[in-house]
Every structure is written in C-alpha cells, then in structure tokens.
Design a protein around this ligand. Structure first.
Ligand code: KG4
Length: 336
C-alpha cells in the first residue's frame, strides 16, 4: 500500500511516499526556518505562506523520487493536529484535494503520533507496547504506546516544552533559530556543573514536568551578566543547561518505564537529537536493563515520512476522515 503523506504543522513543509507503513520510497522537506531566524521564532503568517508556495512542488517531487505515478497512490495521510492552525490548514486542504482528486481515502495523523512512528521507520524490530519520551519544540510528554493507535499520556510539561527552552535560551545568546542544535554544539566540552540551574518538581503527578523556572533562571543569568558587563563561559552555560533539561527528563522516563513494566523505551521529536539526552538515556537504560530505541538524527525533526508511517497504522485501524476534516491547533495524543 502506497501512502502519499504531508506535514505542515510548523515551519517545515514536507511530502513523502511510504510503502506498507515502514518503507520510505521518498521524503522531501522545505523549511522556512531561515526566514523565521530574523525574528528569533516562528512567524505563523510567514510559515503558512511558505507552505502554500512549497506544497504542490514537493508533492510532485515526492512522487518523482519514489518512482511512482499518482495512480499508484492508495491513500493520502496528513498532519491535522496539533500545530499552528494556519500552517496545518495548508496541508489539510491540499491533502484533501489530492485525496478527493485521486479517489483515495484521506487519513488524519496526530503530529506527535507521527514523531513516535519515526522510530518504526528506523527500527524494523520496534512494535508496541513501549514507553516513548516525546520531546520537541511544542511537546514534552511521556507516552504509553499501548498499540499503534492507542496512547496514554503518563506525564507532560505543565508549561514550556523542552525545545522551546532551548530555542529561547539560544535566541538570547544570539545563536539563531532553531536554537537546540547550536546549543547542543556549544555544550560540547563544557563543564556541566559550572552553572547551577533549578530542577523543578511539580505537585500532583510525579511524572509531570515544568521548564518555565529553568527558562527564567537561565535568561536571568544571561541578562544579569550582560548588565554587569561580566563574561559568561558559553560552553559551560550550554552544558549546564543541557544537564538540567536531561535531569528533568531521564529520571521521570525511567520512573514511567517502571510504571508500565515494559522495559522498552523509545524517544521522539526534535529534541531527541540532543547529544546529552541521548547519552544520559542510553546510560540509564543500560543500568536498568531496558531496551532503548533512538531515532536517527534525520528522523528526529519534522518530516512527512513519519506521517506516512503512522498514517498506515491509522488506516489499518479504520481511521479515515471525511471531506469535512478540519485542522486543530491542540489535541490530546490519546484522542488523535
Ligand atoms: O520535532 P521538531 O522538529 O518540531 C516540533 O514538532 O516541535 O522539534 C523542533 C525542536 C526545536 O525546539 C529545536 O531547537 C529542537 O527541536 N532541537 C534540539 C536539537 N535539535 C533540534 N534541541 C536540543 N538539542 C538538539 N540537538
């Protein structure tokens, strides 16, 4: 079964052709990140306009690179939630018209379910159930992946996502947007104990997280040093910051793993590319004797191959949409 998939939830426009869920025949991505870099964050109107310009050409390119004709497409999958509403609507409208024109089913895919599915592409042996640490620019959650289409959130951030914290810190340091990658590179060789940042604990669910205190602490440190004319060691600062994020994520991941009893852990989303988080989780899983699946770096960020992969399993579960499918800015992964 060939699925033509589209992703346009934020600043990447992407199209892909995926065969039988796990074989990626093509995957093409156009990013408007350079345009947002000037403003230090995504400008929704610019993102939407760039999606409109790019999506048709990317669809053609995905078919060309896959070596398949439009008539070989059996279904169209699209990210419909969560994300920037104007950006999502471009993908949803385009996918709807393609599916209608080809006379094939339209499959709605939750963006974070897609991120989780990126692991299926890279790891043929991975099947539910497992625990997934989902960390991106908009999401930070511990998700119990019970089946390909049955998800339960065990814990999530009460405020900022981990990726947003990386991005805001990078912006203040003048490292550009998106800032997670540059912050990661800056952290290499730095002393992770040079600066002391808070590790937040929230009341209620011990698996919930909070990053707003960390964000405020690092931004205050930078502004105070700036006002006093004091120099900061950016390598040490980036390393200490990455350690604080990792210290928030890894113990909770291992606690959630114990709760599920699976001893099977995967990671998903843009922040899954972070070298400190990958190293710490690898070590923690070794200590706990848990099996760990990490997505390759090229599948951590937004792409349409992961949407085609998850779309296949949504299709098998009978989750096709009507022509009245709408985009949603926010949606619980369990309800997606
Ligand atoms: O998954 P993604 O491409 O988009 C969302 O669905 O949100 O994630 C983007 C996020 C950005 O916040 C970016 O700074 C972060 O992933 N990111 C990283 C790294 N690479 C990308 N954060 C930390 N370390 C990295 N190496």
């Amino acid at each position: 079964m060939n699925i033509l998939a589209f992703e346009s939830s934020c600043d990447e426009t992407a199209a892909a052709v995926v065969k039988d869920g796990r074989t990626v025949l093509s995957s093409v991505i156009a990013s408007s990140a350079d345009m947002h870099a000037v403003y230090g964050g995504v400008v929704p109107e610019i993102a939407s306009r760039k999606h409109v310009e790019a999506i048709s050409g990317l669809a053609d390119e995905a078919l060309r690179q896959a070596g398949v004709d439009k008539s070989d497409i059996d279904a169209v999958a699209v990210t419909y939630a969560p994300g920037l509403i104007g950006a999502l609507l471009v993908g949803v409208s385009f996918a709807k018209s393609v599916a209608f024109g080809l006379g094939v089913p339209l499959i709605p895919v939750h963006h974070v379910r897609g991120h989780i599915a990126a692991n299926y592409i890279a790891h043929p042996d991975l099947e539910p159930p497992f625990l997934c640490l989902c960390v991106s620019g908009g999401t930070t959650a511990l998700v119990d992946v019970r089946t390909y289409t049955d998800f339960r959130v065990l814990g999530s951030t009460r405020d900022d996502a981990a990726g947003e914290c990386f991005d805001k810190t990078a912006r203040v340091l003048g490292l550009g947007y998106p800032g997670g990658g540059p912050m990661d590179r800056m952290a290499q060789g730095g002393n992770d104990k040079a600066y002391v940042f808070p590790r937040a604990h929230v009341e209620g669910n011990p698996l919930d997280l909070s990053f707003s205190g960390l964000k405020t602490a690092v931004l205050n440190l930078i502004h105070n040093a700036d006002q006093k004319g004091e120099a900061l060691d950016l390598h040490d600062l980036a390393a200490s910051f990455a350690a604080a994020v990792s210290d928030a994520l890894i113990p909770r991941t291992m606690e959630a793993n114990q709760l599920t009893g699976y001893n099977r852990i995967a990671v998903a989303g843009g922040v899954a590319a972070n070298s400190r988080i990958r190293a710490d989780l690898t070590a923690a899983c070794e200590r706990a004797g848990a099996k760990l699946w990490l997505p390759p770096l090229e599948l951590c960020g937004d792409n349409a191959a992961m949407i085609g992969c998850q779309g296949y399993y949504e299709y098998l579960a009978g989750h096709a949409a009507g022509w009245d499918l709408n985009a949603k800015a926010s949606l619980d992964i369990a309800k997606g």
